[in-house]
Ligand binder design. Structure first.
Ligand SMILES: *[C@@H]1O[C@H](CO)[C@@H](O)[C@H](O)[C@H]1NC(C)=O
Ligand SMILES: *[C@@H]1O[C@H](CO)[C@@H](O)[C@H](O)[C@H]1NC(C)=O
Ligand SMILES: *[C@@H]1O[C@H](CO)[C@@H](O)[C@H](O)[C@H]1NC(C)=O
Length: 667
């Protein structure tokens, strides 16, 4: 028997990073056995950076090979070398030109432009430009302009990764992850997570979000509205209030500009202006942010004396997270004499007030033995507390513990999952901003191309966004296939494989869609067995709809053994998971009851016939009754009518003086 600790990993300040919360299971014995890990010999572990290694350089975030700014990058504009290799300079220019054409083609420029892009990028790749090789890897993965080939994609991404392309490293890590090659996956993800953590703000947490643009089958209007940046009405109202002198609004507007949230382009100068206005009104969180700005030197404002002043002021106004910043300055000896004892005192003050950053920092202090005796047990306790509070740097530390086996029992699969979460917050996430901006501008083709690239890098949200766009906009999306534009078959296959990957990563909606696709033979051969598999996967995410469908399939012996008892159990479970499913479950149980009692009745054959009629009925009723055109619920709706009909008939019989009970099996 194993006990499980359930951590609800909910990201992250100040707005949730993931639409879905993540549940991570850590076997209990990982914690109790952990002390068996060696306390002294920890190999390279303590060599790594304590709080942060290299200070992030916000103005030129290191992300070689990123598509995001390729068109504005000096290398492409002025033709200077990307990879600092004079011999390849000409080919870098060729690569830039090729990329420019590919992006033009991707945004509806037509296939001819794409062909030119292909030959230029191929030339650059052949000359050893890693970023060009990475693009070719992407094409093989997608089956764009060439046959789909995982093997060749892998090869090109490996070349590109060796040349330092981080997107290819993400793609490779994800490939290893999917194939459960833990050793390889864990090392790559560890490297990427480290790059990601080093790009995070020093004192505060905030990360770019990847927005899910759909909610089930519908466009997620709310999320899209919130991604419009300065165009968004809420933002404009906020800015108006800030101009009117509302300190809270000043702080919020500053935050939007500082972190570049919700589609607002990050602009540190504007952020600083707003924070400086807000602190005049005594707004403490702005004081802390000023501390962050003067510590990290964002926009060349580095001044540790000022940082300490503002952090002290913030802490005096009961903003306890500011103690973390003060502690940090003492750990590093920035503007003050290095003093671990003092640093620890500040972190303890923060932790006393339940500040996640305080837990995290104390964890690191004990992990490294900075001014205290190294104590892995205490370190683990603090890090776990920070993880529970959703502190992303703590995810990284926990992953390292599980990876190295220091302070925790070694557990590679969990370490990989944690590293992956952190790695997916790295600088390469900026693609998602471009993708959503394209989508909002109505350039669905570009958006699809960019999400496809992120899909390859393993982002679940991007996988389902890409699938959804291609599904929803069909031929209006520029989808490039093996030769020329995608055929119908290629498009279906691409949608299917994107949903499949999203479902593998626990997207229950995607798993349900896959199940439906197999059940109704949409975009693929009808296959009840695979449908049942997909529903099973969604069921493991406790998706009521999937559980219900499994019940239905057991009731009818479709793809799974005919088993009325099991069917009933699934129906009951669906109800437990989702009380709103009461109506369909009641109906299903009614139909089950009839099946048990009148196995050969007319009603039964009618109910059994329903799924066949259904796609037609569905098309007709879709707009009228159900928002989602949900197949199963429609079946049941028809069942309801049937049952009502039966009752009515009974009643008429009774009224006519016939035997009232029991209802006659109908022939
Ligand atoms: C690129 O060219 C622009 C003007 O054309 C210039 O301002 C900029 O400094 C150049 N950048 C590099 C890296 O050469
Ligand atoms: C840093 O800030 C302090 C206090 O505001 C000020 O006296 C000092 O001149 C500043 N240093 C620099 C290099 O700007
Ligand atoms: C460090 O801080 C502690 C507590 O504030 C103090 O007692 C100690 O003297 C300081 N050490 C140094 C070297 O300044």
């Amino acid at each position: 028997m194993k006990l499980y600790f359930v951590f609800l990993l909910i990201a992250v300040l100040p707005i949730p990073l993931y639409a879905r919360s993540m549940v991570l299971l850590l076997p209990f014995d990982d914690l109790s056995d952990a002390v068996s890990a060696p306390d002294d010999d920890d190999g390279s572990y303590s060599d790594s950076d304590e709080f942060h290694g290299s200070e992030p350089d916000y103005d030129t975030i290191v992300d070689p090979g990123s598509w995001s700014d390729i068109l504005e990058s000096p290398a492409c504009v002025n033709g200077t070398s990307i990879i600092n290799n004079e011999d390849n300079k000409d080919y870098d220019r060729v690569y830039c030109e090729g990329m420019r054409k590919m992006l033009e083609a991707g945004s509806g420029g037509g296939y001819r432009v794409m062909e030119e892009a292909v030959s230029e990028i191929e030339a650059a790749a052949a000359a050893g430009n890693p970023h060009a090789q990475s693009v070719i890897g992407f094409w093989y993965n997608m089956g764009m302009t060439r046959e789909m080939s995982q093997a060749k994609a892998f090869l090109y991404h490996s070349f590109a990764a060796d040349g330092g392309n981080l997107q290819s490293k993400m793609a490779l890590a994800y490939t290893y992850y999917r194939q459960e090659m833990h050793d390889k996956a864990v090392n790559l993800y560890a490297e990427l997570a480290e790059v990601a953590v080093n790009s995070f703000p020093i004192l505060k947490d905030s990360l770019i979000e990847t927005i899910r643009i759909h909610d089930g089958p519908e466009e997620n209007k709310e999320a899209l509205r919130k991604s419009k940046g300065e165009e968004d009405e809420d933002f404009q109202i906020l800015e108006y209030q800030a101009r009117k002198g509302d300190a809270e609004a000043m702080y919020q507007v500053g935050i939007f500009y500082y972190f570049g949230l919700r589609g607002v382009r990050s602009d540190h100068a504007k952020a600083l202006r707003w924070f400086l206005k807000a602190v005049q009104k005594g707004e403490p969180r702005s004081m802390e942010l000023l501390g962050e700005i003067y510590t990290s030197g964002v926009g060349f404002y580095k001044n540790y004396t000022k940082a300490l002043e503002w952090l002290t002021l913030a802490s005096e106004r009961k903003l306890y997270s500011a103690y973390n910043g003060m502690g940090y300055l003492y750990v590093k000896g920035y503007g003050v004499e290095k003093n671990y004892t003092k640093a620890k005192e500040y972190f303890e003050k923060a932790a006393d007030k339940k500040e996640p950053g305080g837990f995290y920092n104390l964890g690191v202090i004990y992990l490294k033995g900075l001014g205290v005796k190294r104590d892995l047990k205490i370190a683990r306790r603090y890090i776990l507390a920070a993880v529970k509070a959703g502190q992303p740097k703590a995810f990284y530390q926990l992953a390292k513990m599980l990876h190295s086996g220091v302070g925790m029992k070694k557990n590679l699969p969990t370490a990989i999952k944690l590293y992956k979460i952190v790695a997916e917050c790295g600088p390469w996430t900026s693609l998602s901003r471009w993708a959503i901006e394209s989508y909002l501008k109505g350039d669905v083709s570009m958006s699809f191309l960019l999400y496809s690239r992120m899909a390859e890098m393993g982002y679940e949200v991007a996988q389902s966004n890409a699938a959804w766009i291609l599904d929803k906009y069909g031929e209006h999306v520029m989808c490039m296939g093996e030769s020329g534009m995608c055929t119908d078959a290629e498009r279906h296959q691409r949608v299917h494989s994107l949903w499949w990957q999203a479902s593998e990563q626990g997207n229950e909606q995607a798993a349900l869609l896959i199940g439906d696709a197999y059940y109704y033979g949409r975009g693929t051969e009808r296959d009840y067995v695979r449908a049942a598999e997909a529903y099973m996967q969604a069921k493991s995410q406790l998706n009521a709809q999937a559980i219900f469908n499994l019940g239905y399939m057991h009731e009818h012996g479709l793809g799974v053994p005919f088993d009325l008892h099991l069917a009933k159990r699934y129906y009951d479970q669906a109800l437990e998971v989702e009380p709103a499913a009461k109506l369909p479950v009641t109906l299903a149980l009614a139909s089950l009851w009839m099946r048990k009692n009148y196995a050969n009745g007319f009603m039964i054959s009618m109910i059994d016939g329903l799924p066949e009629v259904f796609p037609k009925v569905e098309a007709w009723v879709k707009d009228v009754i159900m928002e989602e055109g949900n197949a199963t619920i429609l079946t049941l709706f028809v069942c309801l009518l049937a049952i009502l009909f039966l009752r009515e008939r009974q009643r008429r019989h009774a009224a006519a003086g016939d035997m009232a009970l029991p209802p006659q099996p109908l022939r």
